[in-house]
Design a protein around this ligand. Structure first.
Ligand code: NDP
Length: 264
């Protein structure tokens, strides 16, 4: 299958580990040049170098906190210098939360709003002009099944991801005439290093192993009773960014092993 991704230039936020890193590696495997964005400079540069070594594409690591407008602007300048623009933008940086509505501060709400929603508005402002110059592009946003089906312990995460879902639709409407396609991917359980870390902490409290803890989570939530690997999820981004996915505009794709209840 010719995916048409060879030579494309792709910026992936949250690209240094987990889903974002798998997405970056999958684009590189298809011959795309990649820019990985994350806060921890050492980790993002190491992973970018590994990609360049493994796939022979241009791959750069950029230290950026996407919740900070001036840092997005700095990332834009770096990408303009190194790549002269981009064809594909993957807004993937994000994090789970843990709070109650009654106990969380305004500052906490605004911080996660900036991370999940305003970062996506701001990267659009930064990179859509490049895409327009090139005659089109693709934007993929990572939301979550929790945007539609909330988990009780993370109302800020659920709410901001729900807003991101609507933002993706609005972006699709606004940019479709520029030949820029915007879609959203909503994963369910994806086994990243962070899940292992959480499992390590919570399993100890319950007197079980991390694996037993994770098996319990999968048993409880996933229809198919298992986590996805980040690599499995990455293939959907490849399809949606490729020529094979070019009739997809403004949609949201659940990749959740059957966790979502009902039809949406
Ligand atoms: P990880 O925690 O494994 O990785 C997060 C990535 O984002 C890292 O590269 C991290 O690097 C970066 N990051 C975090 N905060 C910022 C920031 N402020 N600015 C720039 N980069 C940042 O995440 P996952 O792979 O698990 O998740 C990726 C996305 O998928 C998230 O949006 C998440 O909400 C979503 N998701 C994940 C699911 C899962 O089960 N794993 C399920 C559903 C959705 P650094 O710390 O160096 O900045």
């Amino acid at each position: 299958m010719n995916l048409g991704l060879k030579g494309k230039q792709v910026f992936i936020t949250g690209g240094s580990v987990g889903i974002g890193l798998s997405v970056a590696r999958a684009f590189a495997r298809e011959g795309s040049d990649v820019a990985l964005g994350a806060r921890n400079l050492q980790r993002v540069e190491e992973e970018a170098k590994r990609i360049a070594d493994d796939y022979g594409v241009k791959s750069i690591g950029i230290s950026v906190d996407v919740s900070r407008p001036e840092q997005i602007e700095a990332a834009r300048k770096r990408i303009e210098t190194e790549f002269s623009g981009i064809d594909v933008l993957v807004n993937n940086a994000g994090t789970g939360t843990e709070e109650t509505i009654m106990d969380s501060t305004d500052d906490r709400w605004y911080a996660v709003w900036d991370l999940h929603v305003m970062s996506t508005v701001r990267t659009a402002r930064a990179f859509v002009p490049f895409m327009r110059q090139r005659g089109g592009g693709v934007i993929l946003n990572t939301a979550s099944i929790c945007a539609t089906q909330p988990l009780w312990y993370e109302p800020i995460y659920n709410t901001t991801k729900a807003a991101l879902l609507m933002l993706g639709k609005c972006m699709a409407n606004e940019f479709v005439t520029d030949n820029i396609r915007v879609n959203t991917v909503s994963p369910g359980l994806v086994l990243t290093p962070d899940w292992w870390k959480t499992a390590g902490i919570l399993a100890e409290k319950e007197g079980i192993t991390p694996k037993e803890y994770l098996d319990g989570v999968a048993e409880k939530y996933a229809g198919n009773k298992r986590f996805a690997s980040p690599d499995e999820i990455a293939e959907y981004y490849i399809f949606l960014a490729s020529d094979c996915g070019k009739y997809s505009v403004g949609s949201n794709y659940y990749i959740d092993g059957g966790w979502l209840e009902g039809v949406r």
